[in-house]
Design a protein around this ligand. Structure first.
Ligand code: PXP
Length: 248
């Protein structure tokens, strides 16, 4: 079975928009697990624009499945990760002004900081994955530098899908799917776990499910968007009832 990791960062984004207590990503995580999520993914960004340290600590206590922490390789966040000990860490590149993670991690076999970060996380029993562009050479480097898994960045493929509205014969879409397939083949060849994420939706997910030995999908935006929509009617209904009951 392919593991479904639900990324709940956007729930925290709504909370932070008001610096309020709701909606609480910890409760969202609980509901996501009741719905069938095998794990919860959060990105603790350096600018703390959505997920806060408090969330990560509470999620460590409450998540029943796999807790996957996305983070950039930096000393502060590494210390927190080692203290909280999520089940998995996905190392991602981070740029201050970006709307979301743009592009995969640059993996260089000589990168001592990256290697040391991976080693320290692994020594703490944390599974380490690297969020990378779907390139066979980068998959090989991820294996060589000691990562347990790669998460293939599916964003460019997802954009191609949106652009051609899912026309499976579209040249760009075929090219982007081939990139993912070649990277997945390399993951099988070198023996590294295969995850994928970014831009995956209810419309496009089917096209990824044949990737060989795909272990996990991390999906956020599309699921949170749908949650807002399918919950709207009930939320308004509940408020309507309170108003209609009157002051008594
Ligand atoms: N995987 C990684 C490494 C990400 O940075 C993100 C976005 O936070 C996701 C998966 C989820 O992407 P999306 O929100 O587009 O589903």
């Amino acid at each position: 079975m392919i593991h479904l990791g639900v990324n709940i960062d956007h729930v925290a984004t709504v909370r932070q928009a008001r610096q309020a207590n709701e909606p609480d990503p910890v409760l969202a995580a609980h509901l996501a697990e009741l719905g069938g999520a095998n794990g919860i993914t959060v990105h603790l960004r350096q600018d703390r624009r959505h997920i806060q340290e408090r969330d990560v600590r509470l999620l460590r206590e409450t998540v029943q499945g796999v807790l996957n922490l996305e983070m950039a390789a930096g000393e502060d966040i590494l210390s927190l990760a080692l203290a909280v000990c999520p089940d998995e860490v996905c190392l991602v590149p981070e740029h201050r002004q970006e709307l979301t993670t743009e592009g995969g991690l640059r993996v260089d076999a000589e990168d001592r900081i990256l290697r040391a970060t991976i080693d320290r996380l692994k020594a703490a029993g944390i599974l380490v994955s690297l969020f990378i562009e779907p390139e066979p050479a980068t998959v090989k480097l991820a294996k060589a530098i000691g990562a347990d898994a790669v998460e293939l960045h599916t964003g460019t493929w997802a954009n191609a899908f949106a652009h051609c509205r899912g026309d499976e014969h579209d040249e760009q879409l075929v090219t982007q799917l081939s990139r993912l397939e070649e990277a997945a083949d390399m993951a099988t060849t070198v023996g590294i776990r295969l995850h994928a994420g970014h831009g995956i939706t209810y419309h496009n997910v089917r096209l990824l499910l044949h990737l060989p030995l795909l272990r996990a999908l991390n999906i956020g935006h599309s699921i949170v968007s749908r949650a807002v929509m399918i919950g709207m009617e009930r939320a308004v209904f509940d408020m309507r009832q309170l108003i209609d009951k009157g002051p008594g």
